[in-house]
Design a binder for this molecule. Structure first.
Ligand SMILES: [Zn+2]
Ligand SMILES: [Zn+2]
Length: 158
C-alpha cells in the first residue's frame, strides 16, 4: 500500500475502488465517442496498470463499444446505478484501466497531463491551461515523463 492511494466510487456508493499507485498518464479526451459516452464535452481518464487498481466493493457490469480506431472498448460500470468507473482500451487490453477521474473522491488529485482529439472539441469547451493539446493523438515518447514511459514500456513488453 502506498501513501498516494486514491479512492473513488460510483454515484450510488455501491462500487468503491482504490488506485494503489499514481496514474502514469491522465488524458483529457475530446473525441466524439467520449462526448457521447459521458454526455459532456470531454472525458478525463487516468491510466493505471490493472493490477494496481483494486476493487473494494460493489458489483460491476461491462459493455463493449466500438472505438474510432476500429477496436472495441469495454466500459465497466456499477451494476446498480450504471455509473461508468473505468474502461479498457483495445491497444493494451485489460492490462491497463482508464479510470474516470470524475469518479474519484478527489478529482483534483489526478489533473490531466495532455489534451487529445481537440479537433473534435465543442466550440464552447475550454482547454485546461498549461498542458499540451493535440488535434488527434500523440507520440508517448514526446509527452510522457521518463518514469511513465518506463511503465508503458513494461506493459508493452509484458
Ligand atoms: Zn453504483
Ligand atoms: Zn475519447
Amino acid at each position: 500500500m502506498t501513501s498516494n492511494a486514491l479512492e473513488g466510487g460510483c454515484a450510488c456508493g455501491g462500487v468503491r475502488y482504490r488506485l494503489n499507485d499514481k496514474p502514469f498518464i491522465v488524458h483529457n479526451c475530446h473525441c466524439r465517442l467520449c462526448q457521447r459516452q459521458t454526455g459532456t464535452g470531454s472525458a478525463v481518464n487516468a491510466f493505471i496498470e490493472s493490477d494496481r487498481l483494486e476493487q473494494l466493493s460493489g458489483e460491476l457490469a461491462e459493455g463493449d463499444f466500438a472505438t474510432g480506431s476500429g477496436g472495441t472498448q469495454t466500459v465497466v460500470r456499477c451494476a446498480s446505478c450504471a455509473t461508468s468507473v473505468w474502461s479498457f482500451y483495445p491497444r493494451l487490453g485489460r492490462k491497463v484501466a482508464a479510470v474516470r477521474v470524475g469518479s474519484l473522491d478527489d478529482p483534483s488529485a489526478a489533473p490531466p497531463d495532455v489534451a487529445i482529439y481537440v479537433a473534435d472539441k465543442p466550440d464552447w469547451a475550454p482547454l485546461p491551461e498549461g498542458i499540451r493539446a493535440f488535434d488527434e493523438f500523440y507520440n508517448p515518447a514526446e509527452v510522457y515523463p521518463p518514469e511513465s514511459l518506463a511503465r508503458l514500456k513494461a506493459l508493452l513488453d509484458g
